[in-house]
Every structure is written in structure tokens, then in C-alpha cells.
Design a binder for this molecule. Structure first.
Ligand code: SF4
Ligand code: SF4
Length: 181
């Protein structure tokens, strides 16, 4: 009889302990996110695959195809080429292939670049059932796609107020018909 009472009391205490923990956690701030509908805040030091930084003026890569990154890479996972365009002083990159399956994210390529053309991406959710997809990441093509997405997402700014009113005036003037006609 005593053993049974002890068992019931022990079970009840255990239940209270569990409920207490549940209640305490219920009022704490949520630390999980609704992935993939929400995006995680990525720390500055996060290292995703390397990518080109866009030139602030042209939106293209500043890479001069010097090959230093390919030579510095301990995993031999960079291949690239470039060409000197007519009138240009230096080469510009035409294609840049990264084999991400062997990249160790060591950063040697970023550090050695003389024009600071490379950075780590914040791509934390790369996933695939096909490893082949990561054998070849074309950084030139990828930068073009990123820039196109950025352009598409940028809202078109309305014209300045004076331009808008003058164009409205001009349009209303054009629409006005001379009284005699
Ligand atoms: S981070 Fe390191 S391993 Fe990866 S491409 Fe650059 S140099 Fe090669
Ligand atoms: S990314 Fe930098 S180091 Fe690599 S080829 Fe281009 S300019 Fe040279």
C-alpha cells in the first residue's frame, strides 16, 4: 500500500515538474523560425561559397583574371579565364568556375585577390539530392543573376515633384484644343 502511494506521489511530482518546464519555456522568446518561409539572420562572419562582389558603378565583377586565386587555392577548385576588351587597360573575367564539392572555405582566394573581387556568400540553405549541382558554380553567371534579381526587386522611384507637375502641365496643355477648332 505504502509503495503504491509513493508511486502515485512520485508520478504526480514528475508531472508537475514537466508542466513547470513547459510553462517556463512557453513564455520565453521564440528562437526558431518558420523555415523556409522565414529567413535566418546570418552572422557577418558566416562563410558561404565564394562569390563576386558587384562593382558599385557597373554591377559587374572587378576581377581582372590574374589567376592568383586559382594558384592560391589548396583544393584546386577554381578555374577561370578572361579577355582584354578593346580599349581596356586590363583583362576582365569571362568565366569563373568553382567546384564547391572540394572547397574548404579556407579563404585563401579572398585574401590573395589584388582587387578585392571576392567575398563569402550568405547562402546557408544550399541543399540538393544531386551533388553534381555543386561541382560547377559559375560566379560570373551567378553575379548576373543576382544583379537581375536585385534590379527586378528595386521599386521604380516616382519622378521628382517639379518634373511631375511640369509633365502634367505639358500633357494637359497638349490635350487642350484651341477654342476655334
Ligand atoms: S575558399 Fe579556399 S578552398 Fe575554397 S575556393 Fe577559395 S581558396 Fe579554394
Ligand atoms: S578573383 Fe581576384 S585573384 Fe582571382 S582572378 Fe580575379 S582578380 Fe585575380
Amino acid at each position: 500500500m505504502v509503495a503504491q502511494v509513493k508511486e502515485v506521489v512520485g508520478g504526480f511530482m514528475s508531472l508537475l515538474t514537466g508542466m513547470g518546464i513547459t510553462l517556463r519555456e512557453f513564455f520565453k522568446p521564440t528562437v526558431t523560425i518558420h523555415y523556409p518561409r522565414q529567413t535566418a539572420k546570418i552572422p557577418e562572419r558566416f562563410r558561404g561559397h565564394i562569390q563576386f562582389k558587384p562593382d558599385p558603378e557597373t554591377g559587374t565583377s572587378t576581377c581582372i583574371a590574374c589567376q592568383l586565386c586559382a594558384k592560391a587555392c589548396p583544393s584546386d577548385c577554381i578555374e577561370l579565364d578572361g579577355e582584354k576588351k578593346p580599349g581596356a587597360k586590363r583583362k576582365s573575367v569571362t568565366w569563373f568556375h568553382l567546384d564547391f564539392t572540394t572547397c574548404s572555405l579556407c579563404g585563401a582566394c579572398i585574401e590573395v585577390c589584388p582587387v578585392d573581387a571576392l567575398e563569402y556568400s550568405k547562402a546557408y540553405n544550399l541543399a540538393s539530392t544531386d551533388k553534381q549541382q555543386f561541382h560547377l558554380i559559375d560566379l560570373v553567371h551567378q553575379l548576373e543573376e543576382r544583379q537581375a534579381r536585385k534590379k527586378a526587386a528595386t521599386p521604380v522611384a516616382p519622378p521628382p515633384a517639379d518634373t511631375a507637375s511640369s509633365s502634367a502641365e505639358s500633357s494637359s496643355t497638349q490635350n487642350e484644343q484651341p477654342a476655334g477648332n
